[in-house]
Design a protein around this ligand. Structure first.
Ligand SMILES: [Zn+2]
Length: 276
């Protein structure tokens, strides 16, 4: 059983067949999913989806650095109201993206600070996005060090960046990037450095379709049913059995996001909990 900690299930590419996507995820052993919010609108949509399947779907609420310039001070209150909903397990995605610079850097930094403060205020972890902005990103996190817990989502960086994030106390989210033989090789080499209690798995669907799926899907759209492919690549890179990685990464996700027990967990485990 696996948990997809980063799926953009509110994305319109799933509008036609969202229920089927969720059913395929369950059939593949992906029993719980955290839906990524990246704007106020998509965050509200993520909450709506989570409400339809309590215990199975959860939401994050945040403003992606691409949209930072739309995130004015008055909208912080709106974001906070959404973030306080019980289905919401993290603030984000938030962070810095200097690769595309769709929003000016100052606006990105301001939005990032505001969301780190919000996470601290409401006691929820952060779901972090960083691209081509490592130094500034780490510096800003350092300023809030006492106040946050979180995950560096879709980690694709260097060993130095990884060690920095681990040193800051972050969990690390690994996507299908690792399944790409051209650009994922350096990432595979880093997998043994991540402590099991800090390694999380995510598809980041509909983006980042794993390149090693066989047979190749006809659509380029990624979906949570492909998470086992990512888990297998990570387990291989760590030299550990898939079952043990599945167990530790699910436990890590549950601990970070404070998810309830999986509703599909075997009955015997539930009885044991009662006995305790
Ligand atoms: Zn992201």
């Amino acid at each position: 059983m696996l948990i997809d900690i980063g799926i953009n299930l509110a994305h319109d590419s799933y509008d036609r067949d969202r229920d089927a996507v969720i059913a395929r995820a369950h059939a593949a052993g992906v029993t719980q999913m955290v839906i990524t919010g990246s704007t106020l609108a998509s965050s509200a949509r993520a909450i709506d989806l989570a409400r339809q399947r309590p215990g199975t779907l959860f939401a994050t609420v945040g403003v992606h650095p691409h949209h930072a310039s739309e995130f004015t001070a008055t909208r912080t209150a709106e974001l906070e109201e959404l973030a306080r909903q019980p289905e919401v397990v993290a603030v984000g995605e938030c962070g810095l993206d200097y690769f595309r610079n769709f929003s000016p850097r100052e606006a990105q930094q301001r939005a990032f600070h505001r969301q780190l403060e919000l996470a601290a205020r409401i006691g929820k972890p952060v779901f972090l996005h960083q691209r081509d902005a490592h130094a500034e990103f780490a510096a800003i996190l350092g300023e809030h060090a006492s106040a946050w817990r979180g995950v560096a989502h879709c980690f694709t960086g260097s060993q130095q960046e990884l060690d920095c994030y681990l040193g800051l106390g972050l969990a690390i989210g690994i996507t299908g990037w690792i399944c790409d033989e051209r650009r994922g090789a350096h990432l595979a080499a880093l997998m043994p450095r991540i402590p099991p209690e800090r390694l999380l798995l995510e598809t980041d669907g509909p983006y980042l379709l794993p390149r090693d799926l066989k047979p190749k899907p006809t659509s380029r759209r990624n979906e949570p049913a492909y998470l086992p492919q990512i888990a297998a690549a990570v387990a291989r890179a760590r030299g550990e059995p898939l079952a043990s990685l599945a167990r530790s990464s699910s436990a890590a996700a549950r601990a970070l996001f404070r998810l309830p027990q999986d509703p599909h967990a075997p009955a015997e485990r539930v009885e044991n909990r009662h006995a305790l």
